[in-house]
Design a protein around this ligand. Sequence first.
Ligand code: 6PG
Length: 253
Amino acid sequence: MRPDNVEIIVLDDFRTLTIKAAEEFCEKAQEAISIRGRFTVALSGGSTPKELYALLASEDAPFRQRLQWSKIHLFWGDERCVPPSHADSNYRMVDECLLSKTPLSPENVHPILAGGGDANKTAENYEQVLRRFLRLPDDGFPKFDLVLLGMGSDGHTASLFPGSDALREEKRLVAGVKIEESGSDRITLTPPALNNARLIMFIVSGESKAQTIRNVLEGEYMPERFPAQVVRPTDGKVLWLLDKAAGKAISNF
Ligand code: 6PG
């Protein structure tokens, strides 16, 4: 039985999925800013959200002018341990798709400064950025208004990969993780840092992820094998936005 705080919406195709994600982003931003005076969002890396970021910034779409950019604060859900100019950098991807095209000032942009240094030190530094900016107590967790997540075909999300020790982290906000096959270490928000969010929105596209989506949403709870299952917000909501190709193997939604 699916928890009440989990919603799944299957859209016809990638374009309608992206538009829906942009609508949700704007709605949450307007709600957060009207209630709390600002909107804090942790961005996903990867390729799926590129079109969303570009759509939010586009002068030819209705979203840009609905957003009060001066009240939006961007964080990253994960980063690769590479300089911001590197092709694999999530910061660079967001800069190309969004930052370079919007009036966001640097004070509103809080990247993970992962210039190829030690992953654990970078993680500690980012944890301090979060604690300072969000004024967290030593044992507190960030309550992002929105966390955007993707999912790999192996079920990873952010940089929480199958079997990773970070999946069992209960205190730290940010962890450094070693990725054997890719050779480049990564930095990731931890499950408690993600799960304290008001809304966690997955955007997943493509048939290659359909079976994993079925395992994650309808299979046995095995987060070591399917890390996206670790995303279970304490008092927030999870919204899965899938296109038909990614949602083809799930039975009910
Ligand atoms: C990253 C992301 C990662 C991504 C998935 C899906 O840094 O790559 O945080 O978790 O969301 O790997 O990636 P695609 O969107 O490219 O399929």
